[in-house]
Design a protein around this ligand. Structure first.
Ligand code: PMP
Length: 353
């Protein structure tokens, strides 16, 4: 802190992301990355772009990527906004749709970036308690003063909220925006994108970081009514006309277009998730029903922090939050079958010495 800092800089309580390490032979199951690389077509597209066009600024309107996302999801490019990772799309959304003095609602166990944005933009918020089984208490999200935001599937609980419930939340918030953060939705039943055609107050935010294995490229997007998208563009163009570079744009288009690769790897992760869930259950873990590429688990006789720390000593990284309500839970990203077998072997040794 220094006297030169603005009140905004002083007020900021930055988000702390999961640890990134430089070691090569660790099993990294702590930040929900995809264990399979991106489509091989991504690297080809990026190489071609390096050769041709890097001296030129990228398109500020990002039309080609917006069109390919639009085509994939059956919406117009006017319904698509692109940002540098979905975290940036979320940041712009808080600015574009939420207002100081009007309280917004999000679940009390949820993505811990939301209070960070709310705090920096002076937006009041209420953390709505989840029900005892960690599901969202839908009616508590009705009639918000300033808007609603939640991840679906929720993070870190991994639990999916069916679209009928999201529809109810939108219907009961006719004067404010309901943001559905679908970072993990490709591992779940269905996206709320279909609802954006019916409800002009639903904004869906997705990322290429998880199901398309491009966390390092930083591409996120929002889909919604064109007036919502227009507000996001106004925010972006008031900060940086080019938040997504040429390489990211070329890579993201290649990833969206390689549907077969996306479907195969996503299916594999879901299969590994189901197998891992059964194996953890057979070791006595309680595993929340996951619709994501991670599982959120607790064990009646094993201390969560000890489990996290002991696995870490064995070069297996999982995520331990240690925050209120979830002190005895750990979040485990779904890796390859081989990585999960190593993890389960280590867990067996730890819990049954
Ligand atoms: N939303 C949720 C719920 C997440 O867990 C994450 C990943 N940390 C993000 C958004 C942001 O992802 P990215 O910025 O990589 O698109």
């Amino acid at each position: 802190m220094s006297k030169y800092w603005s009140s905004m800089a002083k007020r900021a309580k930055p988000y702390i992301p999961g640890e990134q390490v430089n070691k090569t032979n660790i099993i990294k199951l702590n930040t929900n990355e995809n264990p399979y690389g991106p489509s091989p077509k991504v690297a080809e597209a990026i190489k071609a772009e390096i050769g041709n066009n890097l001296r030129l600024y990228p398109s500020p309107t990002m039309d080609t990527l917006r069109e390919s996302i639009g085509q994939y999801y059956d919406v117009q490019k006017e319904n698509v906004f692109i940002g540098n990772g979905s975290d940036e799309v979320l940041a712009f959304s808080f600015m574009a749709f939420f207002e100081p003095g009007k309280k917004i609602l999000f679940p009390n166990i949820s993505y811990s970036f939301y209070p960070v944005y709310a705090n920096i933009y002076h937006i009041d918020y209420e953390e709505v308690p989840l029900l005892g089984d960690f599901t969202i208490d839908v009616e508590k999200f009705f009639d918000s003063e300033g808007g609603v935001i939640f991840p679906n599937p929720n993070a870190p609980t991994s639990i999916y909220l069916p679209l009928e419930q999201i529809e109810k939340i939108a219907q009961h918030n006719p004067n404010s925006v309901v943001i559905v953060d679908e970072a993990y939705v490709d591992f779940a039943e269905a996206s709320a994108i279909s609802l954006t055609k019916k409800y002009n107050n639903i904004l869906v935010i997705q990322t290429m970081s998880k199901s398309r294995s491009l966390a390092g490229l930083r591409v996120g997007f929002a889909i919604g009514h064109e007036t919502l998208i227009e507000a996001l563009i106004r925010m972006k163009d008031s900060f940086n006309s080019y938040p997504v570079d040429r390489l990211a744009m070329a890579g993201a288009i290649a990833a969206i277009e390689d549907e077969a690769y996306f479907e195969e790897t996503t299916k594999q992760i879901i299969a590994t998730r189901e197998k891992t869930t059964e194996e953890l259950q057979s070791l006595g873990f309680h595993v929340l029903p996951s619709s994501a590429n991670f599982v959120f688990v607790t064990h009646p006789n094993v201390d969560a922090k000890m489990l996290y720390e002991t696995l870490r000593e064995e070069d297996i990284l999982i995520r331990y939050f240690g925050t209120t309500f979830i002190q005895q839970y750990v979040r485990i990203t779904i890796g390859t079958d081989e990585e999960m077998a190593t993890l389960l072997g280590a867990i067996k040794r730890i819990i049954r010495p």
